[in-house]
Design a protein around this ligand. Structure first.
Ligand code: GRF
Length: 201
């Protein structure tokens, strides 16, 4: 039986990427293979993780896609990204701290197949600095959400959530640190479910 092909898109530290790769390796996501990483930052921690684990990595930086006016040519970047994604033939595209918005064309082409992890209990606190938003709102609990990506920011169907209590002593940093293992567990649970008994293709 062919494994489900997971493609990760990440821009930063890559702890979710690493947790997914490890879960695939140790059988927690049994019917999957991490086929590649695409990043928009050559210096991202995720790139070293890919190298250490011999996972193919492609870097697409905005600065290599400038128009005649010297500004980012989003359309040609998106086209190149679409080709890179296509080359990996993914069953699931997992955004894991990917900091650029995916264009509607890509989201439409892989409709329902692009997932994201967000550090809040969606639909609350969409967008950037979700932990800070939760703290400033005086919430008693917050958490993380894995959801399907749609053209609207942090808005698609929710596939999994986990929550924790916000402590009086919590800062953005402590909350981020405490949320991280919850994020990993949520992503792994969702992917194990999605890479279920049916065959990938
Ligand atoms: C996580 O907090 C995730 O919720 C958000 O970006 C962060 C990525 O962290 N979308 P990491 O790079 O996986 O450690």
């Amino acid at each position: 039986m062919k494994p489900f092909r997971l493609l990760i898109l990440a821009s930063g530290r890559g702890s979710n990427f690493e947790a997914i790769a490890e879960a695939v390796k140790n059988g927690a996501i049994p019917k999957a293979s991490v086929v590649g990483l695409i990043t928009n930052r050559a210096t991202a921690g995720a790139v070293s993780i890919a190298k250490n684990r011999a996972i193919p990595c492609r870097v697409l930086e905005k600065s290599n896609f400038l128009g005649p006016d010297g500004k980012w040519d989003r359309a040609s970047f998106e086209l190149a990204l679409e080709r890179e994604i296509e080359n990996f033939s993914p069953d699931w595209i997992c955004l894991a701290g990917y900091l650029l918005l995916l264009g509607e064309r890509i989201v439409g082409r892989w409709k329902g197949k692009v997932l994201n992890i967000h550090p809040s209990l969606l639909p609350h606190f969409k967008g950037l600095n979700a932990q800070k938003q939760a703290l400033e709102a005086g919430e008693k609990r917050t958490g993380c959400t894995v959801h399907v990506v749609t053209p609207e920011l942090d808005d698609g169907p929710i596939l999994g959530q986990k929550s924790l209590e916000i402590l009086a002593s919590d800062t953005v940093e402590s909350l981020t640190t405490r949320l991280r293992p919850l994020e990993h567990a949520t992503y792994i649970e969702v992917l194990a479910r999605l890479c279920g008994p049916q065959e990938a293709k």
